[in-house]
Design a protein around this ligand. Sequence first.
Ligand code: DWN
Ligand code: SAH
Ligand code: ZN
Length: 405
Amino acid sequence: MPKCRICDGPVQEFFDFGRQPVSDVFPAPGEIGTEHFFRLAVAFCEKCTTVQQLEEVPRDRMFPTDYPYRSSGSTLMRQHFERVAAHFLATELSGPDAFYVEVGCNDGIMLNSIRDAGVRHLGVDPAEEAAKVAGAGGSRVHVGFFEESSAREIRAAEGPADLIFSANTISHIAYIDSVFAGAGVLLDHAGVFVFEDRYLGDIVEHTYFDQIYDEHFYLFSVRSVQAMAERFGFELVDVEHLPVHGGTMRYTTARKGERTPTAAVDRWLERERAQGLWELATYDSFAARVKENCDRLKETLTRLRAEGRSIVGYGATCKSATVLNYCGIGAESISFISDSTPEKQNRVTPGSHIPIRPAEAFRESYPDYAVLFAWNHAEEIMAKEQEFKDSGGRWILYAPNVHIV
Ligand code: DWN
Ligand code: SAH
Ligand code: ZN
């Protein structure tokens, strides 16, 4: 019986997506067949309730120096992180000579606002090309993986941090014990380690099964983060639910006894108990809904193509790797996927080999239908592409169930 990576408790496998590719490496046409595959299966820990993957993909394969994701590809996410930065500048970073460290800073979408406020800062990210974008604006980035050893180096060189912040990264790190050990080394005694990740409660409620892919090693609940923090000498002292990425939770942890947990922690624990988030049966019914959604999506695309309709994808997301490869959808159904990221264009999707094209290809002759793989940016994208709708185009979405708008 496999053991939980957080608490060593027994874990129960509840869904097997089978052989899946690394989701954020997009082969060039001449590199097809070079993708790295692994068994994507998720399990539930009955002791600490953490949902986690059973096979760990080597981190250098997931996050190479030319990792193509650029956080700043979304205007709404830029606005989100401007708000987050303003909040911390008025609180944790308001003291004299405050020091801010960001784990997974990517292209500086959050880090740059702290830099512009003149606060001492350091980003940490192994994605060298993305870090160069942040550096080009003058932000300081340590190119490498945050873990206990690099945290020791940073502490020795820079002193203690008042705030270690991370967005959509901590859940990507299977070796979470080393991350918390690093936070323990680097943080000032009164400092806080704050991280935001997509929330398990939303994924279960809305059947966002495509949020399960190689990088998302953990899917956290409030209870699992509370258990994880305690396991590593910290305490969960606040939680805040945010609407971004289909539902995100921000966790604030501090050294045990340094801060008093807010009422929000107990409120969300109660909500999770009522939702059944701590019971294996919840994940078995989630699994049934995933299978239903995938069957319906495949049927819908096959029917529309048989009717002679044209279909493209919108957003070459990591999430789309799970949808396309698990549902067995390829270029026979979706002729190309539009994406605004230059580093992804004129390449193909991993495993399913659908060509990725700039947004211009989408706009030069609108298709009948577009599968919105970047559904977490639906508000921004549908507003941007209003002309597609006005010309009779329709969006295909697959969560919480398959529907056409
Ligand atoms: O958790 C993660 C999130 C933060 O980003 C990482 N594991 C990796 C990545 O996951 P993803 O690829 O599923 O993220 P997004 O933000 O859903 O990706 C959106 C994709 O759509 C990007 O490739 C950019 C593209 N896009 C576009 O073509 N036009 C996005 C917008 C907003 C647009 O208007
Ligand atoms: N924070 C950004 C980027 C999230 S994508 C946002 O919210 O949009 C995840 C990022 O974490 C990638 O840039 C990846 O290179 C980085 N990453 C993965 N493991 C890491 C580690 N151990 N330390 C620092 N960064 C890491
Ligand atoms: Zn556990």
